[in-house]
Design a binder for this molecule. Structure first.
Ligand SMILES: *[C@@H]1O[C@H](CO)[C@@H](O)[C@H](O)[C@H]1NC(C)=O
Length: 166
């Protein structure tokens, strides 16, 4: 059995790597063709994203942020008031990338929010629209604690409530 299984595995491996290679080549050709029309906010798979968190808590305290995904964990970060912190990553091929964050600040309680969710932030014709540079204001108000800053400052921010914990 063991001898007959091995060629199967090798074949399977070759087939799947060929498929992945093929898909990547397709992505690359799409990317170069689409860049002019889709501008900076490409929604293509594997697009690079930059998430930025701005500390806007009303009592001007330090904002403690702990963000992680299935594969990344940025540890506890302390953002001074009116300061920013961010990270870069690529959306995965299946567009299931998500970064969940825990926010705390003195007298501000403990809250959770998906600071990036491909299903919300990388969805064509979505509301909010696709972002490449995804800037979030945190803590500005109790009713609208997390707001994505629009590209055009004349537009209204896209605000959300806190979400559930892990
Ligand atoms: C907050 O930061 C922004 C951008 O760095 C700056 O323009 C603004 O003056 C700051 N506000 C206060 C009140 O410090």
């Amino acid at each position: 059995m063991a001898f007959t299984d091995k060629p199967h595995l090798i074949l399977l491996f070759m087939m799947s790597s060929t498929l992945i290679l093929f898909v990547s080549v397709l992505d690359l050709s799409n990317a170069s063709a689409e860049t002019p029309s889709s501008g900076a906010d490409g929604f293509l798979p594997l697009a690079e994203k930059h998430v930025v968190i701005r500390n806007k808590v009303r009592n001007k305290q330090i904002l403690n942020v702990h963000c992680k995904s299935k594969s990344d964990d940025f540890g506890m970060i302390h953002i001074p008031w009116n300061g920013t912190w961010g990270f870069r990553f690529h959306v995965n091929l299946w567009k299931t990338t998500k970064y969940h964050c825990h926010f705390t600040w003195y007298k501000g309680g403990s809250h959770y929010f998906y600071i990036f969710k491909a299903s919300r932030d990388d969805k064509e014709f979505g509301d909010p629209p696709v972002c490449k540079e995804c800037i979030w204001d945190v803590g500005r108000s109790v009713e609208n604690p997390v707001c994505r800053v629009p590209r055009d400052p004349k537009d209204d921010p896209y605000c959300f409530k806190w979400e559930d914990g892990p």
